[in-house]
Design a protein around this ligand. Structure first.
Ligand SMILES: [Fe+2]
Length: 154
């Protein structure tokens, strides 16, 4: 099994445990949607596709494990570190890369390392493409416009 599928098994088990069907649905859409957007953006920017895909799957793991959104990025980075360490197939450097990106992902207004930026932009892309007819959230407008330019859509 490749490492993306190893992490997916873990995520699937967490999502299946969510009692509310609506929250479960949002978890599948959002975590796997962000994960696919991470793959796309990482391909475009020559960043690590495998680790970006995994960061996308794990980025809101704290929220979908606890349904508590408070400090979910920081708490999620700690939780992701525990999960990735327990899976025993990632190096310390790989775990640091993924968890640093998760830690920063809620700060849409700041700029971070190119790898961290993949996850932040993927989060915006999933929110905006879930229903392209909905209004774009104010705090995501600037990043969404840049993404449209980057992908030749504007
Ligand atoms: Fe998210």
């Amino acid at each position: 099994m490749n490492r993306i599928e190893t992490v997916r098994e873990y995520i699937d088990a967490v999502l299946l445990n969510i009692p509310s069907a609506a929250k479960r649905r949002s978890g599948y859409l959002h975590l796997y949607g962000v994960s696919q957007a991470c793959a796309l953006i990482a391909m475009k920017r020559n960043e690590n596709i495998e680790l970006a895909t995994i960061a996308g799957m794990l980025h809101d793991i704290y929220y979908y494990s606890t349904l508590d959104a408070n400090d979910h990025a920081q708490k999620g980075a700690i939780m992701a570190r525990e999960i990735l360490t327990s899976l025993q197939c990632f190096t310390g450097d790989e775990i640091n890369m993924i968890c640093t990106a998760i830690y920063h992902h809620s700060n849409k207004g700041d700029r971070f390392s190119p790898f961290d930026e993949v996850l932040i932009d993927a989060d915006v892309m999933q929110h905006c493409l879930y229903n392209p007819l909905f209004d774009v959230a104010e705090h995501e407008k600037q990043r969404y416009e840049k993404l449209q330019l980057e992908f030749g859509l504007a």
